[in-house]
Design a protein around this ligand. Structure first.
Ligand code: ARG
Length: 459
């Protein structure tokens, strides 16, 4: 097109080719087409109910839009950069099909409220997908935990063996994290689910529109209460990306642990071959590519959060073209999160646990030293003194190259005469677990309780 057809009479020369390519969003926002049409149909129906559009026009619009949806689904719709974005592409196609009724559709609205509506409709659907995937992922973790409520492994602080925990307890820590991620997405959905349409360009419209009716048709919980705010803020998208960033950070932590656990230095688990790759040069290699890539992709999503929040910073009211830049980071965040959750859910089901290696690692680190200290406290020794007594016993065991549980009763009694035969029940990793039997503790019964509690929540 060599005149400036899209913008018509206002312009004296065509937009330059470079500017056209630079400013067009159709290459990526065509993804919003279905939601754009959904919003348009509700707008048209309301305009008809308000007496602004005739019922013939409405019928034509509905028919035309149904055709366009078919064209999109069958890949027949052609998208043009000359028409800049999805909104004008769809509108032009509609007008080609139904004539003047298509030109009347844009009465009482602007692309500014239209695009804000489309993103919210689309993102709301995506949040619902993510909420379901998160529950499925938690269920996979619970299935794995169920088999390991009594499997001991080292709990670490500073990546040094600290105290025994059960593998189930460790997995349940992640179930908690992903539970809070679920809460965050569900909460941000409330603020996504508000209708901007009717704000028109920025000030509202002179037509007798019924925004509440459009909200009802589109199942929005409420309408945005200020037209300037409605078209200009993308805080809901920023908030979503923040929730996604936290989710990806949680997944990056799990990824890091899976990578460590799969390393032959730990050898706590194995990941099914379908999630690993080999090396082009080293025939013996089996690399945990999926967790590594998830660890890497977490950086990408956090990057999108920074992009979106910086996009909004210092923007004057109301709509600015800057906001067109909201889509690619948001789309990529959604794609990354959805793909990652799908693959992770499958991968968790493909983990083989090596309990004997986990237990051997517990025994290497004097992991029950705190249990011995607690034992002495229960016999009346002040905790600080007991801490010191146990430190000396640990040093002795270290010199002897054995675990605390390997020291004879006579040797242990040299450190404190209060130690008796029942100490050995305390010094085993299993005994250590058993005794932490309170809400949030690592006892097998507590893990069982948490698994059942979560199963009810996610049911
Ligand atoms: N493609 C635009 C976007 O993504 C649609 C809104 C354009 N509005 C405008 N006044 N230029 O934000």
């Amino acid at each position: 097109m060599n005149d400036n057809k899209t913008w018509s009479g206002r312009f004296n020369e065509p937009v330059s080719e470079l500017v056209k390519t630079y400013t067009a969003s159709i290459d990526f926002d065509q993804r919003l087409a279905q939601h754009d049409i959904q919003g348009s149909l509700a707008h048209a129906q309301m305009l008809c109910e308000a007496g602004v559009l005739s019922s013939d026009d409405l019928a034509a619009i509905e028919r035309g839009m149904a055709d366009i949806l078919d064209e999109i689904a069958s890949g027949k719709m052609t998208w043009s950069q000359d028409l800049e974005d999805v909104h004008m592409n769809v509108e032009r196609r509609l007008t080609e099909k139904i004539g003047d009724a298509g030109k009347r559709l844009h009465t009482g609205r602007s692309r500014n409220d239209q695009v804000a509506t489309d993103i919210r409709l689309w993102l709301r659907d995506m949040v619902d997908v993510i909420l379901r995937l998160l529950r499925g992922f938690q269920a996979a973790l619970l299935d794995l935990a169920q088999a390991h409520t009594a499997t001991v492994m080292p709990g670490f602080t500073h990546l040094q063996v600290a105290q025994p925990v059960s593998f189930a307890h460790h997995l349940l820590a992640y179930v908690e994290m992903f539970g809070r991620d679920h809460e965050r997405f569900a909460d941000c959905r409330k603020r996504i689910n508000r209708l901007p349409l009717g704000a028109a360009a920025l000030a509202g419209t002179t037509f007798p529109i019924k925004r509440e009716r459009v909200a009802e048709l589109l199942q929005f919980d409420q309408v945005c209460q200020n037209s300037l705010d409605a078209v200009s803020d993308r805080d809901f998208a920023i908030e979503f990306t923040a929730a996604a960033s936290l989710l990806m950070v949680h997944l990056s932590r799990l990824s890091e642990e899976l990578i460590l656990w799969m390393s032959p230095r730990f050898a706590f688990i194995d990941i099914a071959d379908r999630f690993c790759t080999g090396s082009s040069i080293m025939p013996q290699k089996k690399n945990p590519d999926v967790p590594e890539l998830v660890r890497g992709k977490s950086g990408r999503v956090v990057g999108h959060l920074i992009a979106l929040i910086t996009l909004m910073k210092s923007q004057p009211l109301a709509y600015n073209k800057d906001n067109q830049e909201d889509k690619e980071p948001l789309f990529d965040t959604v794609d990354t999160v959805i793909d990652t959750l799908r693959i992770y859910t499958d991968m968790i089901g493909g983990i083989t646990v090596k309990p004997e290696n986990m237990r051997a690692a517990v025994l290497q680190g004097f992991a029950t030293a705190t249990d011995l200290a607690d034992y002495l406290v229960k016999k009346g020794v002040p905790f600080r003194d007991s801490h010191e007594i146990v430190a000396r016993a640990v040093r002795h065991a270290e010199n002897e190259n054995c675990d605390l549980a390997d020291l004879s009763l006579a040797v242990l009694q040299d450190f404190s005469p209060l130690i008796e035969q029942d100490i050995y029940a305390v010094l085993t990793p299993e005994g250590s677990l058993q005794q932490r039997d309170h809400t949030g503790g690592t006892a097998p019964a507590q893990a069982q309780y948490q698994i059942e509690r979560w199963r009810k929540i996610i049911a």
